[in-house]
Design a protein around this ligand. Structure first.
Ligand code: MG
Length: 267
């Protein structure tokens, strides 16, 4: 039986404030020792994810921008799968909607509904660094978006309701991460996990999938995997939007909780 581990990054594998995975290193090393694939499934961009993969010396596929695309290193699988495009490093399976379309729709909604929205595309690297706590170089990588616009809504519940229905009326979707709203196409983390799981299953046969997250945008992934873990948010609470019985609630914040969950699983 081979495990495949899918994980969110912000607020889950990496700390909400410091973006450090230090507390999860024991479990990360154990996964590597056991030859268990660790697949990042995050709202982060390809460029941001690659920094973590390089640091951790991981060579597995990953899922960017809330299921916008699956990036599979060339030669990782022997079996065939349908590819949308290829880059010098990856076969890419695209599920998301082009970033420029998402940006345009969001700007139209903001002006037609009179909503105060500020997206990553509206901010300079320095402003985004200030807003996220990322260093300026990392903020620059976070702005290299392809399939998802992250934004803040400055408004009340009524504004949020109008935003949600406007996004829906344009045939698009939204989700909520730890810090930001996201406007996305017909993709989510769960759809991407399902497709990549099919390829792993074709390659490896009998597998068991594991998912770890902290926020509403992780819910589709947690519903898709065999074993689902929810870590505590920085405020010491589990996300109230995730109430599903199959999800195991880990009594640890972010990467501390992540370490507990994986250590417990492999014990
Ligand atoms: Mg998160």
């Amino acid at each position: 039986m081979q495990y495949i581990v899918f994980t969110d990054l912000d607020g889950t594998l990496v700390d909400y404030d410091t973006y450090s995975y230090q507390a999860a290193l024991p479990a990360i090393h154990l996964l590597k020792e056991e030859g268990i694939p660790l697949v990042f499934c995050t709202s982060k961009t390809r460029a941001e994810i690659e920094v973590y993969l390089d640091e951790l010396e991981l060579l597995h596929p990953f899922i960017s921008e809330n299921g916008g695309a699956i990036f599979i290193p060339h030669g990782y699988f022997d079996v065939d799968f349908v590819v949308s495009r290829s880059t010098d490093k990856y076969d890419v399976i695209e599920l998301g909607t082009d970033y420029n379309i998402l940006r345009n729709v969001l700007l139209n909604i903001a002006s037609s509904e009179g909503l105060s929205l500020v997206g990553f595309g509206d901010m300079t690297d320095a402003e985004l660094s200030e807003d996220t706590g990322l260093d300026v170089g990392s903020a620059c990588l976070a702005k290299q978006r392809e399939y998802d616009e992250a934004f803040r809504l400055y408004g009340d519940e009524n504004d949020a309701d109008r935003l949600i229905s406007s996004i829906g009326s344009k045939g698009l979707n939204y989700t909520l991460g730890g810090r930001y709203w996201h406007i996305i196409g017909d993709n989510d983390k769960g759809k991407a996990v399902r497709i990549l799981t099919q390829v792993y299953r074709k390659q490896l046969g009998d597998i068991k999938t594991v998912g770890l997250g902290d926020s509403l945008n992780d819910r589709p992934m947690l519903m898709e995997v065999d074993i689902a873990f929810l870590v505590l948010k920085a405020n010491g609470e589990h996300d109230p939007a995730i109430t599903d019985e199959k999800v195991t609630r880990i009594p640890g914040v972010g990467p501390q909780g992540w370490n507990m969950a994986i250590m417990g699983l492999l014990e």
